[in-house]
Design a protein around this ligand. Sequence first.
Ligand code: DGL
Length: 268
Amino acid sequence: MQGAPIGVFDSGVGGLSVLREIRHALPEEDLLYVADSGHAPYGNRPGKFITDRAEAIVEFFLNEGVKAVVVACNTVTTVAILTLRSRFTIPIVAIEPAVKPAAQLTRSGVIGVLATSQTLASESFSRLAEKYGMGVQILEQPCPGLVELVEKAELNGPRTEALIVRYVSPLLEQGADTIVLGCTHFPFLISTIRAVAGPNVAVLDPAVAVARELHRRLKASELLASKANGSTEQFWTSGSLIRVQPVIAKLWGENVPIRSLPSAFCAL
Ligand code: DGL
């Protein structure tokens, strides 16, 4: 199994922000990525829909012979991680909003979390906030529209900036000095978020911690690849190839081939 690939997925292209940290931390590994762009955004979908999509994508990865799966979507983690872990036996590493490091870092005692409505409304986010946010005020900021802009690779420009100002300003006004990127699409907007937040506000992206945790899990299970060279990345999407191809090329920084996710794994 050491030579088997790792499957990474998201509702769309946001998980590429996690994939690039995994590539950096684990250069020997073959990586498979599924962008479920045909069904993005997940943020306002019912929990059952999101769980069904996550299960279908993990099944696709198992057909491709993966040794581990990374859930590169906070929304899937908060809604479906227990179902995924009880149904599938391979290691599943999942991203979640970085509330714990933010609570340790803040000096003002106020942190802001930018995430989807579904993530913020979930029980698992409440548990996370309760467990790690003691003594800290957590401002929850849903961000409708931002995922859609990243799905179009509209990372700059007046529309993107206006939305970021709308979501970040209330956090600053209430004294937040630490902002958590609780959606994997948002690291692609980090330069504008930082520009709006200013130099005294820390902006946290948990992707590096996910890559580190994946490394730890693979090592503990003796599943780390030992290839000397030649690792690969392969990409699939449930969305339109013509639309998704240039977006992945821009966010990944390379014009990589994208395939359609087989229809058996697109059905709802
Ligand atoms: N990238 C996602 C997340 O981390 C999903 C956003 C969405 O599809 O609404 O939450």
